[in-house]
Design a protein around this ligand. Structure first.
Ligand code: GLN
Length: 198
């Protein structure tokens, strides 16, 4: 299995390390690569899009040709997991801020996000979350988005204060928080298993 972690911004190294560990725990052989350019995505079975700043990441994805490549790969059955800013970019619809800043969403998951849903009240926080299919996890939120609405095959699997913070659609997975900042590999394992099981 080849997993590509988009290496534009955010906790790229942490995601690589967590994915390598998750693969080892699941007995999956393969490689995890740091994807700086479109060529690095070639042959990937799964892609991880880390957090950061969604406007900046969207510009760099566009400029590098990775925006189109990711959309194509998703339509061909490659699973994509987006965390925080990555969760925003996976969505089909965003809030006013997304449009005002000219952020180009990848539009891969049937969901609407609010880019800084928790930001005004709390910049960053840590909390326990119940995630369907996984159990209770410790989640780190940093200027986190929320998943306001889903349709089609997209389904919310965790909520915090009445807002969606994790969703799945086929092999794709969106998390409003940062699983790479804990030592718990269950979310990465869950994603890899979804990719493997189709
Ligand atoms: N809210 C941020 C954005 O709009 C995302 C923050 C994060 O990825 N930690 O891009």
């Amino acid at each position: 299995m080849k997993v590509a972690v988009i290496g534009i911004q955010g906790d790229v190294y942490e995601h690589i390390r967590m994915t390598e560990q998750a693969m080892e725990e699941l007995g999956i052989s393969g490689e995890v690569v740091w994807a700086r350019r479109k060529e690095h995505l070639q042959g990937a079975d799964a892609v991880i899009l880390p957090g950061g700043e969604s406007t900046t990441i969207s510009k760099r994805l566009k400029g590098s040709g990775m925006h189109e490549a990711l959309r194509e790969m998703a339509s061909e059955g490659v699973g994509i997991m987006g965390t925080c800013a990555g969760c925003i970019l996976l969505a089909k619809e965003g809030d006013d801020e997304v449009y005002k800043t000219g952020t180009e969403l990848l539009g891969i998951m049937d969901m609407e996000v609010d880019r800084n849903a928790f930001g005004r009240q709390r910049e960053s926080f840590e909390t326990e979350l119940d995630v369907e299919g996984i159990g209770t996890v410790n989640a780190v939120f940093i200027r986190a988005p929320a998943i306001l609405r889903t349709w089609g095959d997209c389904r919310i699997i965790s909520e915090f204060e009445g807002k969606g913070v994790a969703a799945v659609q086929g092999k794709h997975m969106a998390l409003a928080f940062h699983p790479e900042l804990t030592s718990d590999t269950r979310l990465h394992r869950y994603f890899l298993e979804r990719v493997l099981n189709g």
